[in-house]
Design a protein around this ligand. Structure first.
Ligand code: CP
Length: 299
């Protein structure tokens, strides 16, 4: 996605946020359109915000969860998608543990496909809502310094934020234990150029935003750090450590949070934290994406 395309989504989300804040949250923009959320992994924020966004825009929504569908009987991803597609869905929002699943789906169906998070690859709408939230509070993205801290290796959020923020002119530092850093991170090509450090203080000095990632214990096949306690000591963020960053630095987290591990409860709940703003903005950004894909769509 180009910087111009991202800018269009962010500007459309500005208008959508106004709709979201009205007493009556309903506009007819997507009347007659259907949005199906097809999630093979757990989700609270992404799925609910897409469904909320679709409903505000008057689209009809269908939720498919692995535990209550024929997926549990062994139906393949392809057959599930073809079946739902045959019901003339206009749009699928797909979360899957396999990288590339939404891309594969887009080749099978004529419906629009939105990536709701695919394996360790990308979580593009999270990246967009993060950029929207930073831009809303700081007034810009260009020239800002963002430190992304934690489990970079397993994080699709980090990858989408890296692509998005660097294209929009922010500079990004990534920080975490060496075992949670993707190999070749500093090499050009696979990911955009970023500064890599394994020292938290060095990472967040001069940062405008400290973006804390969740430790994804469920994706770790082997122990990648000695203990949770040691991780929290070296890489966990709290209000004391935030003093190393700029005086007006803000803290973000995609959720769900492991309070007391990567972020302290007092910092998560403080006025320096944008965690709740990220959730609200997730609805506005997803409304913008659904609207740009299907609003005013002709034959
Ligand atoms: N940030 C995020 O993707 O949260 P969910 O897993 O709850 O959707």
């Amino acid at each position: 996605m180009s910087a111009e395309e991202m800018q269009t989504i962010l500007e459309t989300a500005d208008s959508m946020k106004q709709v979201l804040q009205r007493p009556i949250k309903k506009v007819p923009a997507l009347r007659g359109k259907s949005v199906c959320t097809l999630f093979y992994e757990a989700s609270t924020r992404t799925r609910t915000s897409f469904e909320t966004a679709a409903k505000i825009l008057s689209a009809d929504t269908t939720t498919i969860a692995t535990t209550t569908s024929s997926i549990i009987k062994g139906e393949s991803f392809k057959d599930t998608l073809l079946t739902l597609s045959a019901m003339e869905m206009n749009c699928f929002v797909i979360r899957h543990s396999m990288a590339g699943a939404p891309h594969f789906a887009a080749r099978l169906t004529k419906a629009h496909v939105i990536n709701g998070g695919d394996g360790m690859h990308e979580h593009p709408t999270q990246g967009l809502l993060d950029m929207f939230t930073i831009r809303e509070r700081k007034g810009r993205l260009e020239g800002l310094k963002v430190a992304i801290v934690g489990d970079i290796l397993h994080s699709r959020v980090a990858r989408s934020d890296l692509w998005g923020l660097t294209k929009m002119g922010a500079s990004v530092t990534v920080c975490g234990p060496p075992t949670l850093m993707p190999p070749g991170m500093e090499a050009a090509g696979a990911l955009p150029p970023v500064r890599v450090t394994y020292n938290l203080r060095e990472a967040i000095e001069d940062a405008d935003v400290v973006y804390v990632l969740r430790i994804q214990l469920e994706r770790m096949k082997v122990a990648l750090f000695p203990s949770i306690r040691e991780y929290a000591q070296l890489f966990g963020m709290n209000s004391e450590k935030l003093k190393w960053a700029k005086p007006d630095a803000l803290v973000m987290h995609p959720g769900p949070m492991n309070r007391g591990i990567e972020i302290s409860a007092e910092l998560a709940d403080s006025d320096r934290s944008l965690v709740i703003d990220q959730v609200t903005n997730g609805v506005a950004v997803r409304m913008a994406i659904l609207y740009l894909l299907m609003g005013g769509e002709g034959e």
